[in-house]
Design a protein around this ligand. Structure first.
Ligand code: C2E
Ligand code: MG
Ligand code: MG
Ligand code: MG
Length: 283
Protein backbone atom coordinates (compact mmCIF):
# COMPACT_ATOMS: atom_id res chain seq x y z
CA UNK A 1 0.00 0.00 0.00
CA UNK A 2 2.84 2.39 0.80
CA UNK A 3 4.25 1.93 -2.70
CA UNK A 4 1.02 2.97 -4.43
CA UNK A 5 0.96 6.21 -2.40
CA UNK A 6 3.81 7.59 -4.52
CA UNK A 7 7.52 7.99 -4.21
CA UNK A 8 7.59 10.01 -1.00
CA UNK A 9 5.40 7.52 0.79
CA UNK A 10 7.55 4.69 -0.51
CA UNK A 11 10.68 6.20 0.99
CA UNK A 12 8.87 7.09 4.18
CA UNK A 13 7.36 3.66 4.89
CA UNK A 14 9.81 1.20 3.42
CA UNK A 15 12.54 1.28 6.11
CA UNK A 16 9.99 0.53 8.83
CA UNK A 17 8.49 -2.33 6.89
CA UNK A 18 12.01 -3.62 6.28
CA UNK A 19 12.88 -3.44 9.94
CA UNK A 20 9.71 -5.32 10.91
CA UNK A 21 10.26 -7.96 8.22
CA UNK A 22 13.87 -8.53 9.23
CA UNK A 23 12.92 -8.72 12.92
CA UNK A 24 10.47 -11.46 12.03
CA UNK A 25 13.04 -13.28 9.89
CA UNK A 26 15.56 -13.19 12.72
CA UNK A 27 13.01 -14.48 15.18
CA UNK A 28 12.03 -17.28 12.80
CA UNK A 29 15.67 -18.39 12.60
CA UNK A 30 15.95 -18.18 16.41
CA UNK A 31 12.77 -20.22 16.70
CA UNK A 32 14.18 -22.95 14.47
CA UNK A 33 17.30 -23.20 16.61
CA UNK A 34 15.29 -23.16 19.84
CA UNK A 35 13.08 -26.01 18.57
CA UNK A 36 16.19 -27.98 17.59
CA UNK A 37 17.81 -27.32 20.97
CA UNK A 38 14.66 -27.97 23.01
CA UNK A 39 14.74 -24.49 24.60
CA UNK A 40 11.00 -24.17 25.30
CA UNK A 41 9.23 -24.74 28.59
CA UNK A 42 5.65 -25.27 29.62
CA UNK A 43 4.03 -23.35 32.45
CA UNK A 44 0.71 -24.48 33.90
CA UNK A 45 -2.21 -22.39 35.10
CA UNK A 46 -5.02 -23.89 37.24
CA UNK A 47 -8.56 -24.31 35.91
CA UNK A 48 -10.75 -23.85 38.97
CA UNK A 49 -14.30 -25.15 39.52
CA UNK A 50 -16.44 -22.52 41.26
CA UNK A 51 -19.04 -24.93 42.65
CA UNK A 52 -16.56 -27.62 43.73
CA UNK A 53 -14.12 -25.01 45.02
CA UNK A 54 -11.16 -26.94 43.67
CA UNK A 55 -8.65 -27.15 40.84
CA UNK A 56 -9.82 -29.57 38.14
CA UNK A 57 -6.97 -29.17 35.68
CA UNK A 58 -4.26 -26.95 34.24
CA UNK A 59 -3.76 -25.15 30.95
CA UNK A 60 -0.29 -25.65 29.44
CA UNK A 61 1.21 -22.33 28.30
CA UNK A 62 4.42 -22.17 26.32
CA UNK A 63 7.39 -20.12 27.49
CA UNK A 64 10.57 -19.28 25.58
CA UNK A 65 13.52 -18.30 27.76
CA UNK A 66 15.74 -16.41 25.29
CA UNK A 67 19.42 -15.62 25.79
CA UNK A 68 19.11 -11.97 24.65
CA UNK A 69 15.44 -11.10 25.06
CA UNK A 70 14.63 -12.78 28.38
CA UNK A 71 11.31 -14.62 28.60
CA UNK A 72 9.63 -14.17 25.20
CA UNK A 73 5.82 -14.13 25.37
CA UNK A 74 3.83 -16.63 23.31
CA UNK A 75 1.78 -13.68 22.01
CA UNK A 76 5.02 -12.66 20.23
CA UNK A 77 6.42 -15.99 18.99
CA UNK A 78 3.26 -18.07 18.34
CA UNK A 79 2.12 -15.81 15.45
CA UNK A 80 5.58 -16.12 13.85
CA UNK A 81 5.62 -19.88 14.38
CA UNK A 82 2.14 -20.00 12.86
CA UNK A 83 3.13 -17.96 9.77
CA UNK A 84 6.29 -19.95 9.13
CA UNK A 85 4.68 -23.35 9.69
CA UNK A 86 7.00 -24.08 12.64
CA UNK A 87 3.91 -24.21 14.86
CA UNK A 88 3.24 -27.79 13.75
CA UNK A 89 6.51 -29.06 15.25
CA UNK A 90 6.35 -26.72 18.21
CA UNK A 91 2.73 -27.63 18.92
CA UNK A 92 3.50 -31.34 18.79
CA UNK A 93 6.26 -30.78 21.32
CA UNK A 94 3.85 -28.91 23.62
CA UNK A 95 1.26 -31.68 23.32
CA UNK A 96 3.78 -34.43 24.16
CA UNK A 97 5.35 -32.49 27.01
CA UNK A 98 1.97 -31.52 28.51
CA UNK A 99 0.72 -35.13 28.39
CA UNK A 100 3.99 -36.48 29.76
CA UNK A 101 3.78 -34.19 32.80
CA UNK A 102 0.02 -34.60 33.29
CA UNK A 103 0.40 -38.39 33.40
CA UNK A 104 2.27 -37.85 36.72
CA UNK A 105 -0.55 -35.80 38.28
CA UNK A 106 -3.43 -37.19 40.40
CA UNK A 107 -5.85 -39.01 38.11
CA UNK A 108 -8.71 -36.52 38.52
CA UNK A 109 -6.59 -33.63 37.22
CA UNK A 110 -6.72 -32.87 33.49
CA UNK A 111 -4.53 -30.86 31.14
CA UNK A 112 -5.54 -28.39 28.42
CA UNK A 113 -3.32 -27.76 25.39
CA UNK A 114 -3.70 -24.92 22.87
CA UNK A 115 -3.90 -26.00 19.24
CA UNK A 116 -3.30 -23.27 16.66
CA UNK A 117 -5.44 -23.06 13.51
CA UNK A 118 -2.63 -24.18 11.22
CA UNK A 119 -1.77 -27.09 13.51
CA UNK A 120 -5.41 -28.19 13.58
CA UNK A 121 -5.68 -28.54 9.80
CA UNK A 122 -2.19 -29.99 9.28
CA UNK A 123 -2.25 -33.69 8.40
CA UNK A 124 -1.78 -36.10 11.23
CA UNK A 125 -2.96 -34.23 14.33
CA UNK A 126 -5.36 -37.03 15.34
CA UNK A 127 -2.58 -39.59 14.80
CA UNK A 128 -0.20 -37.47 16.87
CA UNK A 129 -2.77 -37.24 19.69
CA UNK A 130 -3.38 -41.00 19.60
CA UNK A 131 0.35 -41.78 19.71
CA UNK A 132 1.03 -39.23 22.43
CA UNK A 133 -1.69 -40.67 24.67
CA UNK A 134 -0.41 -44.21 24.10
CA UNK A 135 3.21 -43.24 24.76
CA UNK A 136 2.55 -41.16 27.87
CA UNK A 137 -0.23 -43.36 29.29
CA UNK A 138 -2.47 -40.33 29.83
CA UNK A 139 -6.17 -41.32 29.52
CA UNK A 140 -7.86 -39.46 26.64
CA UNK A 141 -10.53 -38.08 28.99
CA UNK A 142 -7.85 -36.11 30.85
CA UNK A 143 -6.77 -34.20 27.74
CA UNK A 144 -8.58 -31.08 26.52
CA UNK A 145 -7.67 -29.33 23.28
CA UNK A 146 -8.29 -25.57 23.06
CA UNK A 147 -9.05 -24.05 19.69
CA UNK A 148 -10.13 -20.52 18.79
CA UNK A 149 -12.98 -19.32 16.61
CA UNK A 150 -10.50 -18.37 13.90
CA UNK A 151 -10.30 -22.05 12.83
CA UNK A 152 -13.70 -21.47 11.25
CA UNK A 153 -12.41 -18.81 8.85
CA UNK A 154 -11.06 -21.43 6.48
CA UNK A 155 -12.72 -24.61 5.28
CA UNK A 156 -15.52 -25.06 7.81
CA UNK A 157 -16.42 -28.56 6.68
CA UNK A 158 -12.84 -29.78 6.98
CA UNK A 159 -12.48 -28.13 10.38
CA UNK A 160 -15.65 -29.80 11.67
CA UNK A 161 -14.50 -33.18 10.40
CA UNK A 162 -11.19 -32.83 12.23
CA UNK A 163 -12.87 -31.68 15.45
CA UNK A 164 -15.24 -34.65 15.34
CA UNK A 165 -12.35 -37.07 14.76
CA UNK A 166 -10.50 -35.62 17.77
CA UNK A 167 -13.55 -35.82 20.02
CA UNK A 168 -14.08 -39.41 18.85
CA UNK A 169 -10.70 -40.25 20.43
CA UNK A 170 -12.24 -39.34 23.79
CA UNK A 171 -10.44 -36.03 24.25
CA UNK A 172 -12.39 -32.90 25.12
CA UNK A 173 -12.56 -29.86 22.86
CA UNK A 174 -12.82 -26.32 24.25
CA UNK A 175 -13.58 -23.10 22.39
CA UNK A 176 -10.96 -20.56 23.56
CA UNK A 177 -11.26 -16.74 23.70
CA UNK A 178 -14.99 -16.92 22.99
CA UNK A 179 -16.51 -13.61 22.01
CA UNK A 180 -13.49 -12.10 20.26
CA UNK A 181 -12.83 -11.87 16.56
CA UNK A 182 -15.08 -13.99 14.48
CA UNK A 183 -17.80 -15.06 16.91
CA UNK A 184 -20.78 -16.70 15.41
CA UNK A 185 -23.43 -18.68 17.19
CA UNK A 186 -23.54 -21.06 14.25
CA UNK A 187 -20.26 -22.64 15.43
CA UNK A 188 -21.97 -23.59 18.66
CA UNK A 189 -24.76 -25.23 16.70
CA UNK A 190 -22.44 -27.11 14.36
CA UNK A 191 -20.07 -28.60 16.93
CA UNK A 192 -20.65 -29.95 20.48
CA UNK A 193 -17.80 -28.20 22.30
CA UNK A 194 -17.22 -29.57 25.77
CA UNK A 195 -16.32 -26.13 27.13
CA UNK A 196 -16.57 -22.47 26.21
CA UNK A 197 -13.82 -20.20 27.53
CA UNK A 198 -15.21 -16.69 27.86
CA UNK A 199 -12.54 -14.20 26.80
CA UNK A 200 -10.87 -11.99 29.40
CA UNK A 201 -12.15 -8.83 27.72
CA UNK A 202 -15.67 -9.59 29.01
CA UNK A 203 -14.39 -10.41 32.49
CA UNK A 204 -12.39 -7.18 32.58
CA UNK A 205 -15.51 -5.21 31.58
CA UNK A 206 -17.61 -6.66 34.43
CA UNK A 207 -16.88 -3.65 36.62
CA UNK A 208 -17.86 -1.13 33.94
CA UNK A 209 -21.63 -1.40 33.84
CA UNK A 210 -24.27 -3.97 33.09
CA UNK A 211 -23.62 -4.92 29.47
CA UNK A 212 -20.66 -7.26 30.05
CA UNK A 213 -22.63 -8.93 32.82
CA UNK A 214 -25.60 -9.41 30.49
CA UNK A 215 -23.33 -10.93 27.83
CA UNK A 216 -21.77 -13.33 30.33
CA UNK A 217 -25.24 -14.36 31.50
CA UNK A 218 -26.33 -14.94 27.90
CA UNK A 219 -23.27 -17.12 27.23
CA UNK A 220 -23.73 -19.25 30.37
CA UNK A 221 -27.47 -19.67 29.65
CA UNK A 222 -26.74 -20.73 26.09
CA UNK A 223 -23.93 -23.05 27.15
CA UNK A 224 -26.21 -24.67 29.74
CA UNK A 225 -28.85 -25.36 27.13
CA UNK A 226 -26.22 -26.84 24.81
CA UNK A 227 -24.72 -28.94 27.61
CA UNK A 228 -21.37 -27.15 27.43
CA UNK A 229 -19.26 -26.01 30.41
CA UNK A 230 -18.25 -22.37 30.79
CA UNK A 231 -14.93 -21.01 32.06
CA UNK A 232 -14.12 -17.32 32.48
CA UNK A 233 -10.54 -16.30 31.62
CA UNK A 234 -8.41 -13.65 33.29
CA UNK A 235 -10.20 -13.52 36.67
CA UNK A 236 -8.12 -11.31 38.94
CA UNK A 237 -10.45 -10.25 41.77
CA UNK A 238 -12.83 -11.85 44.25
CA UNK A 239 -15.48 -9.37 43.09
CA UNK A 240 -15.30 -10.68 39.51
CA UNK A 241 -15.50 -14.24 40.81
CA UNK A 242 -18.63 -13.41 42.84
CA UNK A 243 -20.29 -11.87 39.79
CA UNK A 244 -19.33 -14.82 37.59
CA UNK A 245 -20.71 -17.26 40.16
CA UNK A 246 -24.02 -15.45 40.30
CA UNK A 247 -24.20 -15.38 36.49
CA UNK A 248 -23.88 -19.17 36.36
CA UNK A 249 -20.29 -19.57 35.21
CA UNK A 250 -18.87 -23.05 36.02
CA UNK A 251 -15.13 -22.40 36.17
CA UNK A 252 -12.53 -19.66 36.33
CA UNK A 253 -8.88 -19.19 35.42
CA UNK A 254 -6.76 -16.23 36.38
CA UNK A 255 -4.33 -14.56 38.73
CA UNK A 256 -6.91 -14.70 41.57
CA UNK A 257 -6.27 -18.45 41.76
CA UNK A 258 -2.70 -18.47 40.45
CA UNK A 259 -0.42 -17.22 37.72
CA UNK A 260 0.94 -19.89 35.37
CA UNK A 261 3.64 -21.88 37.24
CA UNK A 262 6.49 -24.17 36.12
CA UNK A 263 5.63 -27.88 36.00
CA UNK A 264 7.62 -28.63 39.14
CA UNK A 265 5.25 -26.41 41.18
CA UNK A 266 2.03 -28.15 40.11
CA UNK A 267 2.00 -30.71 42.97
CA UNK A 268 2.58 -28.02 45.59
CA UNK A 269 -0.14 -25.82 44.11
CA UNK A 270 -2.59 -28.74 44.19
CA UNK A 271 -1.70 -29.41 47.81
CA UNK A 272 -2.51 -25.82 48.76
CA UNK A 273 -5.66 -25.51 46.61
CA UNK A 274 -7.24 -28.93 46.89
CA UNK A 275 -6.52 -29.79 50.51
CA UNK A 276 -5.48 -32.90 52.34
CA UNK A 277 -6.31 -35.47 49.68
CA UNK A 278 -3.98 -33.77 47.20
CA UNK A 279 -1.47 -33.08 49.96
CA UNK A 280 -1.05 -36.84 50.46
CA UNK A 281 -0.64 -37.43 46.71
CA UNK A 282 2.01 -34.71 46.49
CA UNK A 283 3.93 -36.43 49.31
P1 C2E B 1 -4.82 -18.25 25.95
O1 C2E B 1 -4.85 -19.65 25.48
O2 C2E B 1 -6.10 -17.49 25.93
O3 C2E B 1 -4.20 -18.29 27.42
C1 C2E B 1 -4.58 -17.44 28.45
C2 C2E B 1 -3.62 -16.28 28.60
O4 C2E B 1 -4.11 -15.40 29.60
C3 C2E B 1 -2.22 -16.69 29.06
O5 C2E B 1 -1.29 -15.80 28.47
C4 C2E B 1 -2.29 -16.44 30.56
O6 C2E B 1 -1.03 -16.26 31.16
C5 C2E B 1 -3.12 -15.17 30.58
N1 C2E B 1 -3.79 -14.97 31.85
C6 C2E B 1 -4.31 -15.91 32.66
N2 C2E B 1 -4.90 -15.38 33.74
C7 C2E B 1 -4.75 -14.04 33.62
C8 C2E B 1 -5.15 -12.94 34.44
O7 C2E B 1 -5.77 -13.07 35.50
N3 C2E B 1 -4.84 -11.68 33.98
C9 C2E B 1 -4.16 -11.50 32.83
N4 C2E B 1 -3.89 -10.25 32.46
N5 C2E B 1 -3.77 -12.53 32.03
C10 C2E B 1 -4.06 -13.77 32.43
P2 C2E B 1 0.09 -16.31 27.84
O8 C2E B 1 0.64 -17.42 28.67
O9 C2E B 1 0.93 -15.11 27.60
O10 C2E B 1 -0.37 -16.92 26.46
C11 C2E B 1 -0.94 -16.10 25.49
C12 C2E B 1 -1.53 -16.88 24.35
O11 C2E B 1 -0.50 -17.57 23.62
C13 C2E B 1 -2.50 -17.97 24.79
O12 C2E B 1 -3.75 -17.39 25.09
C14 C2E B 1 -2.51 -18.85 23.55
O13 C2E B 1 -3.35 -18.31 22.57
C15 C2E B 1 -1.07 -18.74 23.07
N6 C2E B 1 -0.33 -19.93 23.50
C16 C2E B 1 0.33 -20.18 24.66
N7 C2E B 1 0.87 -21.42 24.66
C17 C2E B 1 0.54 -21.98 23.48
C18 C2E B 1 0.79 -23.27 22.86
O14 C2E B 1 1.42 -24.18 23.44
N8 C2E B 1 0.29 -23.46 21.60
C19 C2E B 1 -0.43 -22.50 20.96
N9 C2E B 1 -0.90 -22.75 19.70
N10 C2E B 1 -0.70 -21.29 21.49
C20 C2E B 1 -0.22 -21.04 22.75
MG1 MG C 1 -5.96 -21.24 25.79
MG1 MG D 1 -7.91 -18.05 26.08
MG1 MG E 1 -7.39 -15.18 25.91
Amino acid sequence: RAKSDGKGAYHFFEPELDAEASRRRRMEIDLRHAIRDGDFELYFQPLFSISQNRVKGFEALMRWPHKEHGMVSPTVFIPIAEESGLIVQLGEWALREACRQAAQWPDDISVAVNISPRQLVADGLATCVTQTLAQTGLPAARLELEITESVFIGNVEKTLKILHSLQALGVRVALDDFGTGYSSLSYLRSFPFNKIKIDQSFVRALGEGDSARAIVRAITTLADALDMETLAEGVETQEWLDTLRSEGCDMIQGYLISRPVPGRDVARLLAVQNGSEARRAAG
